[in-house]
Design a protein around this ligand. Structure first.
Ligand code: FES
Length: 117
């Protein structure tokens, strides 16, 4: 019972190791959308050069969900206590102590899958 209590949600039975999050046509180049990896919010980034990358959307301060903000320069901002992250997920201001953890993105045909690294 204690082990069940400390097991992270994403690793419980039924949690998937790789999750289909959409089709490549669903994500315009230069866009960012929040998708779900099991129950966790993930930033799926389709760069202007056509690459897909993914980062956790959980702020590394206290876990609020960060949002994509275009101005004054593209970045991710946390509305809870003001942390900001650059487009690579690096914490650049505010109380967040670490970068946003990356996820692995794979394409199978036009299907996009997200997985933990
Ligand atoms: S939870 Fe994001 S800055 Fe505090």
């Amino acid at each position: 019972m204690v082990l069940q209590y400390v097991t992270p949600v994403a690793e419980k039975a039924g949690a998937r190791q790789s999750v289909l999050v959409g089709q490549s046509g669903d994500f315009a180049e230069g866009s960012v959308k929040i998708v779900r990896f099991n129950r966790e919010p993930v930033l799926l980034i389709h760069t202007s050069t056509g690459q897909f990358r993914a980062l956790s959307a959980r702020c590394t301060h206290l876990g609020c969900v960060v949002q994509y903000q275009e101005s004054p320069v593209p970045h991710f901002g946390c509305n809870c206590h003001g942390s900001q992250f650059d487009m690579n997920g690096v914490n650049i201001s505010g109380p967040a102590p670490r970068p946003l953890p990356p996820y692995r993105v794979t394409l199978s045909g036009s299907s996009i899958y997200v997985a933990k690294p």
